[in-house]
Write a protein that binds this ligand. Structure first.
Ligand code: SAH
Length: 271
Protein backbone atom coordinates (compact mmCIF):
# COMPACT_ATOMS: atom_id res chain seq x y z
CA UNK A 1 0.00 0.00 0.00
CA UNK A 2 1.21 3.48 -0.88
CA UNK A 3 1.78 5.64 2.21
CA UNK A 4 -0.02 8.95 1.92
CA UNK A 5 1.86 11.97 3.25
CA UNK A 6 0.98 15.64 3.02
CA UNK A 7 3.22 17.12 0.29
CA UNK A 8 4.68 20.52 1.05
CA UNK A 9 3.73 20.25 4.68
CA UNK A 10 6.22 19.40 7.42
CA UNK A 11 5.26 16.73 9.91
CA UNK A 12 4.43 18.27 13.26
CA UNK A 13 5.31 15.31 15.38
CA UNK A 14 7.77 12.64 16.19
CA UNK A 15 7.35 8.89 16.62
CA UNK A 16 8.76 6.91 19.55
CA UNK A 17 8.92 3.18 18.95
CA UNK A 18 8.74 1.87 22.50
CA UNK A 19 9.15 -1.60 24.02
CA UNK A 20 6.74 -2.23 26.89
CA UNK A 21 8.46 -5.35 28.22
CA UNK A 22 6.83 -8.74 28.80
CA UNK A 23 4.04 -7.79 31.22
CA UNK A 24 5.19 -6.86 34.72
CA UNK A 25 4.71 -3.10 34.86
CA UNK A 26 7.90 -2.70 36.90
CA UNK A 27 9.92 -3.99 33.94
CA UNK A 28 9.11 -0.91 31.88
CA UNK A 29 12.20 1.26 31.42
CA UNK A 30 12.30 4.70 33.04
CA UNK A 31 12.73 6.21 29.59
CA UNK A 32 9.64 4.44 28.24
CA UNK A 33 7.67 5.65 31.25
CA UNK A 34 8.84 9.23 30.72
CA UNK A 35 7.95 9.22 27.02
CA UNK A 36 4.51 7.72 27.74
CA UNK A 37 3.78 10.58 30.14
CA UNK A 38 4.13 13.12 27.34
CA UNK A 39 2.35 11.10 24.64
CA UNK A 40 -0.45 12.72 22.66
CA UNK A 41 -1.38 9.44 21.00
CA UNK A 42 -0.42 5.83 21.74
CA UNK A 43 -0.84 3.06 19.18
CA UNK A 44 -0.57 -0.18 21.13
CA UNK A 45 -0.45 -3.92 20.56
CA UNK A 46 -2.63 -6.58 22.16
CA UNK A 47 0.46 -7.86 24.01
CA UNK A 48 0.87 -4.69 26.08
CA UNK A 49 -0.32 -5.46 29.61
CA UNK A 50 -3.27 -3.67 31.22
CA UNK A 51 -1.05 -2.45 34.05
CA UNK A 52 1.15 -0.65 31.54
CA UNK A 53 -1.84 0.75 29.66
CA UNK A 54 -3.01 2.22 32.98
CA UNK A 55 0.15 4.39 33.08
CA UNK A 56 -0.86 6.29 29.94
CA UNK A 57 -2.28 9.73 30.81
CA UNK A 58 -6.01 10.18 30.16
CA UNK A 59 -5.37 13.05 27.76
CA UNK A 60 -3.60 10.73 25.31
CA UNK A 61 -5.59 9.14 22.52
CA UNK A 62 -5.23 5.33 22.72
CA UNK A 63 -5.56 3.25 19.57
CA UNK A 64 -5.49 -0.57 19.64
CA UNK A 65 -3.76 -1.92 16.57
CA UNK A 66 -2.55 -5.19 18.02
CA UNK A 67 -2.14 -8.47 16.31
CA UNK A 68 -3.03 -11.78 17.85
CA UNK A 69 -2.77 -15.04 15.96
CA UNK A 70 -6.16 -16.05 14.66
CA UNK A 71 -7.89 -12.78 15.52
CA UNK A 72 -8.53 -10.02 13.05
CA UNK A 73 -6.74 -6.75 13.70
CA UNK A 74 -5.40 -3.86 11.68
CA UNK A 75 -3.26 -4.88 8.70
CA UNK A 76 0.40 -3.83 8.87
CA UNK A 77 -0.12 -1.35 6.01
CA UNK A 78 -2.99 0.28 7.94
CA UNK A 79 -0.85 0.57 11.05
CA UNK A 80 1.95 2.15 9.02
CA UNK A 81 -0.45 4.67 7.48
CA UNK A 82 -1.97 5.50 10.86
CA UNK A 83 1.48 6.14 12.34
CA UNK A 84 2.36 8.52 9.54
CA UNK A 85 -0.98 10.32 9.64
CA UNK A 86 -0.80 10.77 13.41
CA UNK A 87 2.78 12.08 13.21
CA UNK A 88 1.65 14.73 10.70
CA UNK A 89 -1.15 15.89 12.92
CA UNK A 90 0.05 15.26 16.47
CA UNK A 91 3.19 16.02 18.41
CA UNK A 92 4.24 12.99 20.38
CA UNK A 93 3.25 9.68 18.83
CA UNK A 94 4.13 6.54 20.76
CA UNK A 95 4.09 3.16 19.05
CA UNK A 96 3.98 0.81 22.03
CA UNK A 97 4.86 -2.83 21.51
CA UNK A 98 5.15 -5.86 23.80
CA UNK A 99 8.65 -6.90 24.79
CA UNK A 100 11.33 -5.35 22.62
CA UNK A 101 10.24 -3.65 19.39
CA UNK A 102 13.16 -5.09 17.41
CA UNK A 103 12.55 -8.71 18.38
CA UNK A 104 9.73 -10.29 16.37
CA UNK A 105 7.85 -7.04 16.70
CA UNK A 106 7.91 -5.76 13.12
CA UNK A 107 9.46 -2.63 14.60
CA UNK A 108 11.95 -2.50 11.75
CA UNK A 109 9.20 -2.54 9.14
CA UNK A 110 7.29 0.26 10.84
CA UNK A 111 10.43 2.36 11.15
CA UNK A 112 11.18 1.93 7.44
CA UNK A 113 7.80 3.50 6.70
CA UNK A 114 8.48 6.32 9.12
CA UNK A 115 11.84 6.99 7.44
CA UNK A 116 10.24 6.96 3.98
CA UNK A 117 7.68 9.49 5.14
CA UNK A 118 10.52 11.75 6.34
CA UNK A 119 9.45 11.67 9.99
CA UNK A 120 11.78 11.85 12.96
CA UNK A 121 11.81 9.02 15.46
CA UNK A 122 13.52 7.36 18.42
CA UNK A 123 13.58 3.72 19.54
CA UNK A 124 13.32 2.69 23.19
CA UNK A 125 14.22 -0.95 23.84
CA UNK A 126 12.15 -3.19 26.07
CA UNK A 127 12.79 -6.40 27.96
CA UNK A 128 12.05 -9.15 25.49
CA UNK A 129 9.85 -12.13 26.44
CA UNK A 130 12.89 -14.44 26.49
CA UNK A 131 14.70 -12.36 29.11
CA UNK A 132 11.58 -11.82 31.20
CA UNK A 133 10.71 -15.51 31.08
CA UNK A 134 14.24 -16.58 31.92
CA UNK A 135 14.43 -14.32 34.95
CA UNK A 136 10.94 -15.11 36.30
CA UNK A 137 11.29 -18.89 35.95
CA UNK A 138 14.89 -19.26 37.07
CA UNK A 139 16.14 -20.54 33.72
CA UNK A 140 19.43 -18.85 32.85
CA UNK A 141 19.56 -18.87 29.05
CA UNK A 142 23.30 -19.49 29.07
CA UNK A 143 25.38 -21.25 31.71
CA UNK A 144 29.00 -22.30 31.44
CA UNK A 145 28.15 -25.92 32.20
CA UNK A 146 25.12 -26.28 29.91
CA UNK A 147 24.78 -23.74 27.13
CA UNK A 148 27.37 -21.56 25.46
CA UNK A 149 24.85 -19.74 23.35
CA UNK A 150 21.17 -18.97 22.89
CA UNK A 151 19.02 -18.49 19.79
CA UNK A 152 15.72 -16.67 19.60
CA UNK A 153 13.62 -18.06 16.77
CA UNK A 154 10.09 -17.69 15.49
CA UNK A 155 7.93 -20.79 15.59
CA UNK A 156 5.81 -19.54 12.74
CA UNK A 157 7.85 -22.09 10.78
CA UNK A 158 6.45 -22.69 7.33
CA UNK A 159 4.63 -19.36 7.42
CA UNK A 160 7.98 -17.59 7.17
CA UNK A 161 9.48 -17.07 3.75
CA UNK A 162 12.82 -18.68 4.64
CA UNK A 163 13.25 -22.33 5.68
CA UNK A 164 14.10 -23.15 9.30
CA UNK A 165 17.74 -24.07 9.99
CA UNK A 166 16.98 -27.13 12.15
CA UNK A 167 20.56 -28.35 11.86
CA UNK A 168 21.79 -25.11 13.40
CA UNK A 169 19.16 -25.20 16.19
CA UNK A 170 19.87 -28.82 17.13
CA UNK A 171 23.23 -28.01 18.79
CA UNK A 172 22.93 -29.46 22.34
CA UNK A 173 25.17 -26.70 23.75
CA UNK A 174 22.75 -24.02 22.65
CA UNK A 175 19.50 -22.92 24.29
CA UNK A 176 16.63 -22.40 21.89
CA UNK A 177 13.88 -19.90 22.67
CA UNK A 178 10.86 -20.17 20.41
CA UNK A 179 8.48 -17.23 20.08
CA UNK A 180 5.02 -17.82 18.56
CA UNK A 181 5.64 -21.57 18.46
CA UNK A 182 2.82 -23.14 20.46
CA UNK A 183 0.61 -24.03 17.50
CA UNK A 184 3.58 -25.57 15.70
CA UNK A 185 4.97 -27.75 18.50
CA UNK A 186 4.75 -30.81 16.22
CA UNK A 187 6.85 -29.16 13.49
CA UNK A 188 9.42 -27.92 16.01
CA UNK A 189 9.72 -31.38 17.56
CA UNK A 190 10.07 -33.11 14.19
CA UNK A 191 12.60 -30.53 12.97
CA UNK A 192 14.83 -30.79 16.03
CA UNK A 193 14.64 -34.58 16.39
CA UNK A 194 15.27 -34.95 12.65
CA UNK A 195 18.42 -32.85 13.02
CA UNK A 196 19.65 -35.02 15.90
CA UNK A 197 18.63 -33.18 19.07
CA UNK A 198 17.89 -35.66 21.86
CA UNK A 199 14.26 -36.49 22.70
CA UNK A 200 15.22 -36.10 26.39
CA UNK A 201 16.13 -32.43 25.95
CA UNK A 202 14.32 -30.50 28.70
CA UNK A 203 11.58 -28.10 27.59
CA UNK A 204 9.68 -25.39 29.45
CA UNK A 205 6.62 -23.68 28.04
CA UNK A 206 5.88 -20.52 29.98
CA UNK A 207 2.64 -18.66 29.64
CA UNK A 208 2.01 -15.03 30.60
CA UNK A 209 5.57 -14.75 31.88
CA UNK A 210 6.35 -12.08 34.50
CA UNK A 211 2.66 -11.56 35.31
CA UNK A 212 0.73 -12.97 38.26
CA UNK A 213 -0.88 -15.46 35.90
CA UNK A 214 2.48 -16.92 34.87
CA UNK A 215 2.40 -20.70 34.47
CA UNK A 216 5.27 -23.01 33.61
CA UNK A 217 4.84 -26.41 31.95
CA UNK A 218 7.98 -28.54 32.04
CA UNK A 219 8.73 -31.71 30.09
CA UNK A 220 10.98 -32.88 27.29
CA UNK A 221 11.20 -32.52 23.54
CA UNK A 222 9.53 -35.91 23.36
CA UNK A 223 6.32 -34.64 25.00
CA UNK A 224 6.44 -31.01 23.83
CA UNK A 225 3.14 -31.42 21.93
CA UNK A 226 1.42 -32.56 25.12
CA UNK A 227 2.79 -29.51 26.96
CA UNK A 228 1.68 -27.18 24.18
CA UNK A 229 -1.83 -28.67 24.14
CA UNK A 230 -2.42 -28.27 27.89
CA UNK A 231 -5.86 -26.68 28.33
CA UNK A 232 -4.46 -24.48 31.10
CA UNK A 233 -1.90 -22.93 28.78
CA UNK A 234 -2.97 -19.34 28.09
CA UNK A 235 -1.39 -17.16 25.40
CA UNK A 236 1.08 -15.57 25.04
CA UNK A 237 3.50 -18.38 25.69
CA UNK A 238 7.15 -19.03 24.99
CA UNK A 239 9.16 -22.25 24.62
CA UNK A 240 12.60 -22.67 26.15
CA UNK A 241 14.42 -25.78 24.92
CA UNK A 242 17.72 -26.95 26.40
CA UNK A 243 19.53 -28.37 29.42
CA UNK A 244 19.30 -25.04 31.27
CA UNK A 245 15.58 -25.70 31.89
CA UNK A 246 16.58 -28.15 34.66
CA UNK A 247 18.05 -25.26 36.67
CA UNK A 248 14.52 -23.94 37.27
CA UNK A 249 14.09 -26.59 39.96
CA UNK A 250 16.58 -24.78 42.16
CA UNK A 251 16.59 -21.22 40.78
CA UNK A 252 12.91 -20.33 40.45
CA UNK A 253 11.85 -17.66 42.91
CA UNK A 254 8.80 -15.88 41.48
CA UNK A 255 5.50 -16.70 43.16
CA UNK A 256 2.56 -15.88 40.89
CA UNK A 257 -0.68 -15.27 42.77
CA UNK A 258 -3.04 -18.21 43.11
CA UNK A 259 -0.36 -20.88 43.35
CA UNK A 260 0.66 -22.46 46.65
CA UNK A 261 4.05 -21.06 47.63
CA UNK A 262 5.51 -24.58 47.60
CA UNK A 263 4.79 -24.75 43.86
CA UNK A 264 6.56 -21.47 43.15
CA UNK A 265 6.17 -20.82 39.46
CA UNK A 266 6.40 -24.46 38.38
CA UNK A 267 2.92 -25.84 38.24
CA UNK A 268 3.16 -28.77 35.85
CA UNK A 269 5.83 -31.26 35.09
CA UNK A 270 5.54 -34.16 32.66
CA UNK A 271 8.32 -36.71 32.57
N1 SAH B 1 8.45 -8.15 20.65
C1 SAH B 1 8.05 -9.19 21.57
C2 SAH B 1 7.68 -10.48 20.86
C3 SAH B 1 6.50 -10.39 19.95
S1 SAH B 1 6.11 -11.93 19.20
C4 SAH B 1 9.17 -9.41 22.59
O1 SAH B 1 10.26 -8.92 22.41
O2 SAH B 1 8.92 -10.12 23.58
C5 SAH B 1 4.87 -12.55 20.29
C6 SAH B 1 5.38 -13.76 21.05
O3 SAH B 1 6.19 -13.35 22.14
C7 SAH B 1 4.29 -14.60 21.67
O4 SAH B 1 3.73 -15.50 20.73
C8 SAH B 1 5.05 -15.32 22.75
O5 SAH B 1 5.78 -16.42 22.21
C9 SAH B 1 6.06 -14.29 23.20
N2 SAH B 1 5.63 -13.53 24.40
C10 SAH B 1 5.42 -12.21 24.50
N3 SAH B 1 5.11 -11.86 25.78
C11 SAH B 1 5.13 -13.01 26.50
C12 SAH B 1 4.89 -13.33 27.86
N4 SAH B 1 4.58 -12.40 28.77
N5 SAH B 1 4.99 -14.63 28.24
C13 SAH B 1 5.32 -15.58 27.37
N6 SAH B 1 5.55 -15.35 26.06
C14 SAH B 1 5.46 -14.07 25.63
Amino acid sequence: MEIVTLPGQAAGGKVWLVGAGPGDVDLLTVKAYRVLQSADVVLYDALVSEDIMALIPNKAEKIAVGKRAGKHSAAQSEINQLLVTKAYTRKNVVRLKGGDPFIFGRGGEELQTIVEAGLSFEVIPGITAASGTAAYTGIPLTHRDYAQGVSFITGHCQLESRPMDWQGYANPNNTLVVYMGILNANIIKAGLLGAGRSADTPVAIVSKATTHEQRTFVGTLDNIEQLAADPELVMPALMVIGEVVELADSLNWFKPQGLPSSDLSLNKKIK
